[in-house]
Design a protein around this ligand. Structure first.
Ligand SMILES: Nc1ncnc2c1ncn2[C@@H]1O[C@H](COP(=O)(O)OP(=O)(O)OP(=O)(O)O)[C@@H](O)[C@H]1O
Length: 320
């Protein structure tokens, strides 16, 4: 039965089988739950091998799950009516190289059931949105990586999808290209499109997403609105100490969220209470504290903490 909820994933598991006898297993997903509501921009974060692309491939019916269920607008990913409502940008897109950019976008529109004047207009419009007007008549084999990424994005949005699934949309782009893609995602969000995207670039998530899930080893280790996830965290203080080595500072026994010894100075981050004690101890030991300031707990801190915690326990992705 169809529904208005763009993505619902329950207990999703995927085990890849490898080797000649298919007897080696990689657990890419281990019971993932996920729900993306209409109009949300939802970020899928995780280190390499966390299962992000596998999740997206299951949603796009490119890979079959081993257990659990995935639904797009209440329908299984195998249902054409579900996929019609979705625009997709794969990781490392490899479009037909002998087509021109305009032909590729037109083809995508035709496959989505568009035709005639409406299609021509829309192709022009989306090519303009990704700023590829001048290269639209060139064959794709002459495109740079950034141009391929942008034309692929144009083909993903040509049919005005209700749900946009983007796998690493800004990978391989220079800062200008990244900004353009970010703006495009924001424009789509403005239009009310629901967006799921996975990335390694945490600043993109911070700039674009209202909700995130952090995956490690095929499991969800954090999920929630970016605001809630960040606001519940204890304040962090960043300080620079000169005249003492990192090893000496560690002897004071405080937990350091981050520490880097640059030779002439040590930059570190720690909790509010530890910072007070560390400041006094560093001064008593003959160090100079040249900078101290409270910092915002960022999504990057959250990501690194989640990763640290998950690695203390057993997480998936293991080969058995
Ligand atoms: N086709 C496949 N055959 C075998 N193992 C696979 C296959 N695809 C992915 N895997 C394995 O499944 C796990 C999850 O991979 P996946 O590509 O989903 O992770 P990811 O989070 O997207 O990683 P990355 O950020 O590196 O793209 C990894 O251990 C990976 O090696």
């Amino acid at each position: 039965m169809s529904s208005t909820i763009p993505i619902e994933v329950h207990g999703l598991a995927k085990t890849y089988r490898l080797g000649f006898w298919m007897n080696r297993k990689v657990r890419a997903l281990q019971g993932l739950d996920l729900e993306v509501q209409p109009g949300q921009v939802y970020g899928l974060l995780g280190p390499n091998g966390a299962g992000k692309s596998t999740t997206i491939k299951i949603l796009m019916n490119l890979v079959q799950s081993s257990e659990g269920s995935a639904r797009l607008f209440g329908l299984p990913p195998t249902d054409e009516n579900a996929r019609r409502q979705v625009g997709f940008l794969p990781e490392n897109p490899a479009p037909y190289e002998y087509l021109t950019g305009a032909e590729l976008v037109t083809l995508a529109g035709q496959l989505a059931g568009m035709s005639g004047h409406e299609l021509d207009q829309r192709v022009k419009e989306v090519i303009g949105m990704v700023e590829m007007e001048r290269a639209a008549k060139l064959q794709i084999r002459r495109y740079s990586k950034g141009m391929i990424q942008r034309i692929s994005l144009a083909q993903a949005i040509v049919n005005r999808p209700k749900l946009l699934i983007l796998d690493e949309p800004t990978s391989g782009l220079d800062p200008v290209g990244r900004r353009q893609v970010r703006d495009l995602i924001l424009a789509e969000r403005q239009r009310g499109t629901t967006i799921l995207f996975c990335t390694h670039i945490i600043s993109d998530v911070e700039a674009l997403c209202e909700r995130v899930v952090v995956l490690v080893g095929g499991r969800r280790v954090r999920e929630g609105s970016v605001r809630d996830l960040l606001s519940g965290q204890a304040p962090v203080v960043e300080m620079t100490v000169e005249g003492l080595s990192l090893a000496r500072l560690r002897e004071f026994g405080h937990e350091l969220a981050y520490a880097q010894d640059f030779g002439d100075r040590v930059l570190l981050r720690t909790g509010d209470a530890a910072a007070q004690a560390l400041l006094q101890q560093a001064l008593q030991a003959g160090g100079r504290v040249t900078q101290i300031q409270p910092t915002r707990y960022s999504l990057e801190d959250l990501f690194l903490d989640a990763l640290k915690e998950a690695r203390h326990g057993t997480v998936g992705g293991e080969i058995s």
